[in-house]
Design a protein around this ligand. Structure first.
Ligand SMILES: Nc1ncnc2c1ncn2[C@@H]1O[C@H](COP(=O)(O)OP(=O)(O)OP(=O)(O)O)[C@@H](O)[C@H]1O
Ligand SMILES: [Mg+2]
Length: 151
């Protein structure tokens, strides 16, 4: 079973067919770049995979869960970092990670271990205590993207 399975996916907006009978799979551990010209249907596809937009037809499963039948199970499997990284500016990077750990159902030692692991992987230890909107451009970019990626 692939991690993401898209079969014959179509989405129409009135007379516009934004996604036309698309099929592909993404395996566990595979890194996929999803490229196409403006208006190709990338955002529409991502919105359907993440369960924010219903397909006109076709099917999507993530880790075996059907996006239409079990949208909450699919959302639990997904981390999504959009270009703008929408974060609360007053929160510190550490506070944000604790918050995300909480809403992902982690607590206590498990949360501490997991946070330490992602801080290490994303190399954001030096900005952990800074607010996410720290007015130093490089730190802000590094901290925001790092914190978003870690979350
Ligand atoms: N809510 C909507 N209502 C009507 N048409 C839409 C809607 N969303 C997208 N479209 C149309 O669907 C097509 C695909 O748009 P989409 O935003 O998915 O493309 P994209 O590949 O993400 O483009 P970009 O590179 O510009 O972000 C376009 O023709 C767009 O105008
Ligand atoms: Mg787009």
């Amino acid at each position: 079973m692939s991690m993401i399975e898209i079969k014959n996916l179509t989405r129409r907006f009135g007379s516009i067919t934004a996604v036309d009978n698309m099929s592909f799979t993404v395996d566990r551990g595979e890194v996929l770049g999803f490229l196409g010209p403006n208006g190709a249907g990338k955002s529409t596809t991502m919105k359907m995979i993440t369960g924010f937009l219903a397909p006109s037809s076709g099917s999507i499963t993530v880790d075996g869960f059907d996006v239409t039948r079990d949208p909450m199970a699919v959302k639990r499997q997904i981390g999504y970092l959009p270009e703008g990284a929408p974060l609360w500016p007053d929160m510190t990077a550490a506070g944000f990670l604790e918050f995300i750990a909480g809403i992902r159902g982690l607590s206590g030692a498990e949360a501490t271990t997991r946070i330490a692991d992602v801080v290490d992987k994303t190399q954001i230890a030096s900005v952990l205590t800074q607010p996410l909107d720290t007015p130093v451009e490089r730190l802000q970019a590094a901290g925001r993207i790092g914190a978003g990626t870690a979350a």
